[in-house]
Design a binder for this molecule. Structure first.
Ligand SMILES: Nc1ncnc2c1ncn2[C@@H]1O[C@H](COP(=O)(O)OP(=O)(O)OP(=O)(O)O)[C@@H](O)[C@H]1O
Ligand SMILES: [Mg+2]
Length: 210
């Protein structure tokens, strides 16, 4: 199989008041197309920093990241993120938040009705049909997390970047969404990189080392 995401010799440091803070260094990782990779590590070890780099939201201090053979120079609709802190736009409803992402990816080729249908279907998938018209401040943490998952899946990305996507969910909802996620990823033939603190979850969802 083809190497799809390649991380070569990446260093990420931040300028702080006390000088340079090195969050990541010497990171090398090759991920094949369709592979599911989990990242586990203690709080503050740089997991979200690595996902942000793959998302193209930040650029590395040193080294290079590639997706499908091209340097990652910024965010793109081929790489969707489920953020650890939800990152929903507070002035839009659940439907509006998902619609915005759908429009960005499919807006040039599809009608508004088709786009709305996509957004509604994604929210249905995560069990939020009853909350389409609620705003983020009107829903629970777990529901916000599910809107984030719906938003990412609705974009039909080649690469899904998931930062503790199921952290705030009860066991039953979590198991259901894990199954859905695996099904959707298989359909899309998407590549997934997931941060989790749950070893069982990582074992369940990830591909074994080959
Ligand atoms: N913009 C920034 N400026 C300065 N330091 C930062 C910045 N972003 C992250 N860091 C530091 O880099 C380190 C890694 O942060 P990161 O958010 O990647 O951790 P994490 O592994 O995702 O942790 P958690 O499991 O708690 O989410 C931390 O020490 C953090 O303080
Ligand atoms: Mg994090």
């Amino acid at each position: 199989m083809e190497k799809f995401v390649q991380i070569e010799n990446v260093k990420m440091s931040f300028e702080t008041k006390r000088g340079e803070f090195v969050a990541l260094r010497d990171v090398h990782l090759s991920i094949q197309q369709g592979e599911f990779v989990s990242i586990i590590g203690h709080s503050g070890c740089g997991k979200s920093t690595l996902l942000n780099l793959i998302a193209g939201l930040t650029l590395p201090t040193e080294g290079v990241l590639l997706c499908a053979g091209r340097e990652i120079a910024g965010p793109g609709p081929d790489r969707a993120v489920v953020f650890q802190n939800h990152s929903l736009l507070p002035w839009l409803t659940c439907l509006g938040n998902v619609y915005l992402a759908v429009e960005r990816v499919f807006g040039r080729t599809e009608s508004r009705a088709q786009l709305k249908k996509r957004a509604e279907e994604a929210l249905e998938l995560v069990g939020l049909t009853h909350a389409l018209h609620k705003h983020p401040h009107e829903i629970s943490g777990g529901m916000k997390q599910r809107v984030g998952i719906a938003r990412a899946l609705s974009m039909q990305p080649k690469v899904l970047l998931l930062d503790e996507p199921f952290g705030a969910l009860d066991a039953l909802t979590r198991a259901h969404l894990q199954d859905e996620l695996l099904r959707i990823i298989a359909n899309l033939k998407a590549t997934a990189v997931m941060v989790t603190h749950d070893v069982d979850e990582a074992v369940l969802l990830s591909d074994p080392l080959s």
